[in-house]
Design a protein around this ligand. Structure first.
Ligand code: NIG
Length: 385
């Protein structure tokens, strides 16, 4: 079954040769893009959708979320807005609630948040474990996450659970727990930060994960300068996420590596941290991604459009740079080359905005502009009527 998306006013492809097309069209066939080009040359198809001159772009690739959770941290957020700083220790609140939840409770949270993200244009989602922190609860988190999202990351090294001995916990998280979860996940991550895991502990978890064939990711440089970026680059991690506090040598290291700097501006706003220096990273030649970091503690939003708007209005990115970071950048952070781009053969992940150009994402902050979304060629969000 082929679908012609006709009458596209502006088409952002993220393909270097195709660039941005006006008066364009594209054909989706099965789960792939089958044709992209000027509307006047579109081939015949089984069905046709009229985009009405709207802007089309790849669906958002959200490469950093924590959606396997239960409970609520509104109070902690309120205290933060009253001046209390964000600390890694807040994670423990969600760990208790998550352990107490049933499988179906966790499924319902995932279902709700994935649906919310898709309705706002997200077509590819990563999520992490990390609110279980026992062998059984981490395995359960990974298993249930895999029912709902595209990529699952093991984050047993999120926090030393209250009452546990740090050395014993690192042994567990880099040993029995990791081995039990590894068959269910593609990635392993570690929160390398004061109050979570230090450099040696992080290196141990990442090294064990690599031996098991998992790809690596690091939470680093979120709450202050630290070894996270350096370690991520040294270990060949696909991404280092947060990057709020970077030194010049961190920027250089990222620019000279394949490690993507994943920036999480909604988290920085929600924890009253400075925003990362995206401009310095791009100007130095680093690859950046934008992601939501949707989680109940530090960033309770799944809106990638909000991240794009913030990156433009407050982080000095152009709209094109921010859109690219939230699509192709996310794909690179997940080491995928068939998403985040609209070219023949790519996965048919597409969104139409109820606006003539992507510039409206920043020009009209806060306006829900998602009009239609296709994921792997299937319509997952269509306009009413
Ligand atoms: O990415 N930094 C560590 N993990 C999450 C926060 C999780 C939480 O506070 O519950 C983050 O911000």
């Amino acid at each position: 079954m082929s679908v012609l998306v006709a009458n596209v006013g502006e088409l952002t492809t993220n393909d270097d040769e195709l660039g941005v097309l006006t008066d364009a069209a594209l054909v989706l066939e099965g789960d792939r893009v089958a044709w992209v080009g000027p509307a006047a040359f579109a081939p015949p198809t089984d069905t046709r959708v009229d985009a009405g001159g709207r802007a089309a772009l790849p669906g958002w690739v959200d490469s950093h979320t924590h959606l396997v959770f239960a409970g609520d941290r509104t109070e902690e957020f309120g205290a933060r807005m009253a001046g209390k700083p964000y600390r890694a220790g807040g994670i423990a609140t969600t760990v208790s609630a998550t352990r107490a939840a049933t499988d179906d409770d966790l499924r319902e949270v995932l279902r709700r948040h994935v649906a919310e993200a898709v309705s706002m244009g997200t077509t590819y989602l990563e999520t992490k474990t990390g609110y279980g922190l026992t062998v059984e609860d981490e395995v359960r988190s990974a298993r249930i996450a895999a029912e709902f999202v595209d990529e699952v990351t093991y984050l047993g090294a999120h926090l030393v659970p209250p009452g546990a001995d740090p050395d014993e916990y690192v042994e567990l998280a880099s040993g029995e727990m990791l081995e039990a979860v590894a068959p269910l996940v593609r990635w392993a991550d570690v929160f390398c930060e004061t109050g979570a895991f230090d450099e040696a502990q992080s290196r141990k978890v990442l090294g064990s994960a690599r031996k098991l064939g998992l790809g690596l990711r690091v939470h680093g440089n979120q709450l202050g300068p630290g070894p996270g970026v350096r370690l991520a680059v040294e270990m060949g991690a696909a991404s280092v996420d947060h990057c709020t506090y970077l030194t010049d040598s961190d920027v250089d290291a990222l620019a000279n590596s394949d490690t993507v700097a994943t920036l999480l501006p909604a988290c920085d706003l929600s924890t009253r941290q400075p925003l990362p220096d995206a401009r310095a990273l791009i100007d130095a030649g680093a690859t950046i991604a934008l992601a939501s970091n949707c989680n109940p503690g530090s960033s309770y939003t799944s809106s990638m459009a909000f991240c794009v708007t913030t990156a433009v209005l407050q982080m000095r990115l152009s709209v094109a740079e921010a859109v690219r970071a939230a699509t192709l950048g996310g794909a690179r952070a997940l080491r995928r080359d068939d998403i985040g781009v609209l070219r023949v053969g790519a996965r048919a992940d597409l969104q139409l905005l109820n606006a003539p150009s992507v510039t409206h994402l920043a020009y009209r902050p806060g306006i829900p502009l998602t009009w239609a979304v296709w994921r792997a060629g299937s319509p997952v969000h269509l306009p009413r009527g």
